[in-house]
Design a protein around this ligand. Structure first.
Ligand code: MEV
Length: 442
């Protein structure tokens, strides 16, 4: 069937949008409307709030919201809120938290909290002339021109930290940047940074136009290409770590402490040197990080982009975590660049985000960075622990069992039967189906 483009879709009411979709794409089958409606909230105000988070909203898309308790982080015992659809992520986090609770827990250090943004521009001018103009006039003007925008942030202890002129002409003809660093305190700061940068673009244009040291030809060559924050924040970074004596590394799989430590370190080293493994290894870390990022109303696309750019910062994609086993001590840590906020964005709007932040004791942005890094480290510990002992499928499929059973509309009794059935066995899709068929044919 050929579909027609729609005009003014965003202006249609929610009902008219749904009507149009059902007639245009869903063969006029009204049962699809019920699927959408069953996810609407009965509380009209709450429903409206959710609809207004984005455009063209016709329903809500739910994700499980779970809790991983027993996280001892810098001496505080926390229960982590995790929004994630993948079965076994919350269970793995909880198991790792419990493993470390009697070994001193997780320790974190904020290494730096500097965020970055750039005005990217093209200017056909001698570099030294531009540098002189930047040092002796422009930099001061950029700071003055953004005073109104930065006033509140400065009151909170943040603001623009520095602005540099970067010469990129060896990589692209006439390409320069104004590279600015910011402290955005407890906010992620994307709007603040972008507002400052857009003002930089305007001020740069104006100051060049008014400056008599530039020829008319030079002035005409200036093009502000874009002003935008960078989601790569290698200097907004937190370290989370665990350590213990190798003799205390007791695992219940039957493997000795020494073998556990040795195999674990090999697994991390493989992720450090082999990008194919590093990608999966880091994906597992982000299972833990993103679940907390989402539950606290932060931007998981930004945290993903930043983590992977950092993992490739030396020109080869590598592991975000590291491990040593020197002098009888097992040490495992992550350096995670991550830019998140506890004010602004969804934090004051989304009721579950408010709940998450309250549950975490209303953390500062730095404390939240630490919690997210711990969640990633714990997730990676859990994954590697399974991989080097029982294999990943045992725990994974145990959690996936309910997804398989739900596909076959299993009753509560049938579910109970399968929990007992697979108590000492690894769950397989094939075996669930075969056994369910037997059970139902009895
Ligand atoms: C699955 O979501 C994540 C893992 O593959 C991570 C890993 O292999 O380290 C289990």
């Amino acid at each position: 069937m050929n579909h027609q483009p729609v005009e003014g879709f965003s202006k249609l009411s929610k009902q008219r949008k749904i009507d149009w979709l059902i007639s245009e794409y869903l063969s006029n089958d009204r049962s699809y409307e019920q699927i959408l409606q069953q996810y609407w909230n009965n509380n009209a105000e709450l429903q409206k709030l959710h609809e207004e988070f984005s455009e063209n909203t016709i329903s809500n898309f739910y994700m499980p919201y779970g809790i991983a308790p027993n996280f001892l982080i810098d001496g505080k015992l926390l229960a982590l809120p995790m929004a994630v659809e993948e079965s076994s992520v919350v269970a793995a986090a909880s198991k790792a938290a419990k493993f470390w609770i009697d070994k001193g827990g997780f320790k974190t250090t904020i290494i730096n909290t500097e965020k970055l943004g750039h005005t990217h521009f093209i200017f056909n001018v001698e570099s030294h002339k531009l540098l002189h103009f930047f040092n002796f006039r422009l930099k001061k003007k950029l700071l003055e021109a953004t005073e109104d925008i930065t006033a509140n942030m400065r009151k909170r202890g943040g603001g623009i930290l520095d602005i540099k002129l970067i010469d990129k002409t060896s990589e692209m003809p006439n390409y320069y940047q104004l590279k600015a660093s910011f402290d955005t305190v407890d906010s992620m700061g994307a709007n603040f940074i972008n507002s400052c940068l857009e003002q930089f673009g305007k001020t740069l244009k104006q100051e060049v136009a008014e400056n008599e040291d530039f020829t008319q030809e030079e002035k005409d060559s200036l093009q502000i290409v874009m002003n935008i924050l960078s989601n790569f924040t290698p200097d907004c970074i937190v370290r989370a770590e665990v350590s213990c004596k190798i003799e205390d590394l007791k695992d219940d799989s039957g493997i000795s402490n020494e073998e556990f430590a040795w195999k674990f370190k090999q697994a991390v080293t493989i992720a450090e040197i082999e990008p194919f493994r590093a990608t999966t290894h880091n994906k597992g870390i982000m299972n833990g990080v993103d679940a907390v990022v989402i539950a606290t109303g932060n931007d998981f696309r930004a945290t993903e982009a930043c983590a992977h750019a950092y993992a490739a910062r030396n020109g080869k994609y590598s592991s975000l975590t590291h491990c040593t086993t020197d002098n009888g001590i097992f040490r495992f840590w992550i350096d995670l660049p991550i830019s998140v906020g506890v004010v602004g964005g969804l934090t004051n709007l989304h009721p579950l985000v408010k709940f998450s932040l309250a549950l975490l004791g209303k953390p500062s942005a730095q404390e939240l960075m630490s919690i997210m890094a711990v969640s990633g480290l714990a997730q990676n510990f859990g994954a590697l622990r399974s991989l080097i002992t029982t294999g990943i499928q045992k725990g994974h499929m145990k959690m996936h069992l309910f997804n398989i059973l739900n596909q076959f509309n299993a009753t509560e009794e049938e579910k109970q039967y399968f929990v007992t059935y697979f108590k000492d066995k690894t769950v397989s899709h094939h075996e669930v189906i075969a056994e369910l068929e037997k059970l139902r044919n009895k």
